[in-house]
Each structure stands twice: as structure tokens, then as C-alpha cells.
Design a protein around this ligand. Structure first.
Ligand code: KIV
Ligand code: ZN
Length: 389
């Protein structure tokens, strides 16, 4: 089986649905070009029927993006698909993403329908989309809570109708990683024509499992991950692009997967998305949070200063982050203090550091973080201890 994992970025669609993250056309185009430069394989640019503004943005992106496939979302509605196709017309590579809810919750509550009817509507929407492009992705919304046997029937039928990618969304972020992995494995083992399409993971983060579920999905045989920068997306968000890319990279020797993403662009891209969407990144966010490469406790700092690999599995430059930081707090130790003094140009002896450390703790207990200015004040007030002959 091919070990290339396709990265389908939906920052501009699922990410942009987040309240407060709405982008204007110029911002969307700017981000689309940056995402293309990052190396995403498929770029979901929007939901063209949702508003004239989104139609225009998708249309402009379709004109400008050359290397990534540009994708537009639609419901299983003929007009949606026609409008998506129109918006995507100028694209060098285009994909229509269409689909319908397949769980009994969706079939009954949303559509007041039956499994048979939904199956026919799924087939029909793929056929409509195939009139405009050979690259059609079908989504089985709420696949995470869809009965596997029925889901397999839907997947088989949409592939037979011409879907080339089948998205298995855990729309509500319900599944446990082993359940999501088993769902993908079930489809691989029970859908006779599954080799004619790529299975895709689209996981939401309601239980904080979106990344774990996507990884379980590719281990089980899916070959596309749908994700967003900074994990933005409906409610608790989607799988975070930077996390899955770095998991696959870090574990390449055991999992054997690779992506086309330029990891050095991950931090610059995260900052750009955060600023443009006006959505701060939590400091402890993996890979791109402000504290992802900060060390503040004495035990960690001492180990890190002896060998960075004791407390860092990724070098910050590998993901385009600023160099690792030794942060001074009341939990820091003498080696960190000596290191920070050294960085400021002070070479104190061990005895000096012992004396300075007591004074440092007095300052540290009064504030969250001890700054360079505080250190200079401590160093200036200190009377160096004469070195014995
Ligand atoms: O979460 C979901 O199911 C979706 C689909 C529209 C793909 O975003
Ligand atoms: Zn989604």
C-alpha cells in the first residue's frame, strides 16, 4: 500500500466557520497561497453556495493556486454542486466535496428520511458532481456514529458512482481512537471496490481525540487527513495539521508514512493564521504554542542544558520555531540561572551562583517570571566572592 499521506487542509472552510474567524476575500487568498507554499495537497477553499463572498473567494483561489487541488464544499443538492463547479472552473486541479449525513441521528432528525433514501441521494450527488470533474470526494457526515454495515454499503455505492475519495468524518468527535481505526479497517475489509478510492479522515476534537483518531485512521489504511492550522474548526476544532504532520515525521521509521508538508513553515504559518483569523494560539499547544520549546522547572532545565534531547523530541528549527527558551521562575534551578547570566555576559563562579540563587528565589517568589532586567539588577548588586588561591 502507498505510504504517502495526502494532507487536505480545511482551514479556509471548516476553520473559517468558527465564530470570529471569518475572512474577507483578500485574507482568504493570502492564506490560500501560503497554504499552497506549505505543501498541502488539497486546499478546501470554501463553501461556494453559502454566500456570494465565499463564491468569489473560491473562484479567485481557483485562478491563483497552481500546485494544490482546490476543493469546494457542497451539500447533496444539485444547485450546491453546480455553484461549487462554477466557482472552481478556473482551477488547474479541482475537487468537488459533496455528501450527506449517514448516521441514524442525521437520517431521522435532520432529513426525516430512511437509510434507503439517503443511500440513493448519496449516489445521486456523486453522479451530479462527476459531470464537472473526475475528482469527487464524498463525505458521509457523522460517519463516526454511523452503523458500520450501512456505512460500508454507502461507501461501496458512492465509489461505484464515481467518488475517488471517501471522507469518513467523525463529525461530533465521538469515537475513541481504536473505534475510529476499526471503522476504517472495517471499510477496507468489507467494501469490495475500496481500492478504487482514497479513504479520508476528518476528525473533530470534542473529546480532544481528533489528532489521535486521524493517526489511528491512517494506521488502519486511510490515506488522507483533513485538518486545519492550529486545529481551528467547528466547536472544539478539527485535527491540527501541525500535529499530524509532526507525528508522522517523528514516527516515520515505525509507521513509514510521509507527507509533502514543509515542516519549517509550520510555525510561521500558524502565526499567520492566528493573526489573520484573530484567534490566539494556546501557549501549551503542541508544535506551535509559545511554550512548546520553553523549559522552566529546575529538573528539566538541568537535563536540557546537558543534552537538549533529554527534554525535547523535536528541534525548534525543524518546525520553524524560535530557539528553545530557558524561562526563570521560582521552580528553576542553579544551572538555569548560571546559563541565563552567561547569556547576559556574566561568568559567575559556583560560589557566586549559590549566593545569587538565594536572592534570585526571593525575586522569583514575587513574580511569574524573572526577566533579564531583574538578572542585571541582581548581578550589579552582587559582590563577587574572591576565588581562593
Ligand atoms: O465534520 C464534518 O462532517 C464536515 C463535513 C461537511 C465534511 O465538516
Ligand atoms: Zn468538519
Amino acid at each position: 500500500m502507498n505510504n504517502r499521506i495526502f494532507i487536505f487542509d480545511t482551514t479556509l472552510r471548516d476553520g473559517e466557520q468558527v465564530p470570529g474567524c471569518k475572512l474577507n476575500k483578500k485574507e482568504k487568498i493570502e492564506l490560500a497561497l501560503e497554504l499552497e507554499a506549505l505543501g498541502v495537497d488539497i486546499l478546501e477553499a470554501g463553501f461556494p453556495i453559502s454566500s456570494p463572498g465565499d463564491f468569489d473567494a473560491v473562484n479567485e483561489i481557483a485562478k491563483l493556486v497552481k500546485n494544490a487541488t482546490v476543493c469546494g464544499l457542497s451539500r447533496a443538492v444539485q444547485k450546491d454542486i453546480e455553484v461549487a463547479a462554477e466557482a472552481l472552473k478556473p482551477a488547474a486541479r479541482k475537487r468537488i466535496h459533496t455528501g450527506i449525513g449517514t448516521s441514524d441521528y442525521h437520517i431521522k432528525a435532520k432529513f426525516n428520511s430512511t437509510r434507503e433514501d439517503i443511500l440513493q441521494r448519496a449516489i445521486q450527488c456523486v453522479k451530479w458532481a462527476r459531470n464537472f470533474t473526475d475528482d469527487v470526494e464524498f463525505y458521509a457526515e457523522d460517519a463516526g456514529r454511523t452503523d458500520n454495515e450501512y456505512l460500508a454499503r454507502v461507501v461501496e455505492a458512492v465509489i461505484a458512482a464515481g467518488a475517488t475519495t471517501v471522507n469518513i468524518p467523525d463529525t461530533t468527535g465521538y469515537c475513541l481512537p481504536h473505534q475510529y481505526g476499526e471503522k476504517i479497517a472495517y471499510l477496507i475489509n468489507n467494501v469490495p471496490n475500496v481500492d478504487k478510492a482514497v479513504l479520508s479522515c476528518h476528525c473533530h476534537n470534542d473529546l480532544g481525540l481528533a489528532t489521535a483518531n486521524s493517526i489511528a485512521g491512517v494506521i488502519a489504511g486511510a490515506r488522507q487527513i483533513e485538518c486545519t492550522i492550529n486545529g481551528l474548526g467547528e466547536r472544539a476544532g478539527n485535527t491540527s495539521l501541525e500535529e499530524v504532520v509532526m507525528i508522522l515525521k517523528q514516527h516515520q521509521s515505525t509507521l513509514g508514512f510521509h507527507t509533502n508538508i514543509n515542516a519549517r513553515q509550520l510555525n510561521p504559518m500558524s502565526r499567520k493564521v492566528s493573526e489573520t483569523m484573530r484567534m490566539p494560539v494556546q501557549p501549551n499547544k503542541a508544535i506551535v504554542g509559545a511554550n512548546a520549546f520553553s523549559h522552566s522547572s529546575g529538573i528539566h532545565q538541568d537535563g536540557f542544558l546537558k543534552d537538549t534531547q533529554t527534554y525535547e523530541i523535536i528541534a525548534p528549527e525543524e518546525v520553524g520555531a524560535e530557539s528553545s527558551k530557558i524561562v526563570l521562575t521560582a521552580r528553576s534551578g542553579r544551572s538555569a540561572l548560571a546559563y541565563r547570566f552567561q547569556k547576559l555576559g556574566y561568568a559567575f563562579t559556583r560560589n557566586d551562583i549559590d549566593v545569587l540563587y538565594e536572592k534570585f528565589l526571593q525575586v522569583a517568589d514575587t513574580k511569574k517570571e524573572v526577566s533579564d532586567d531583574d538578572l542585571v539588577a541582581l548581578a550589579t548588586a552582587h559582590q563577587p566572592i574572591p576565588v581562593e588561591a
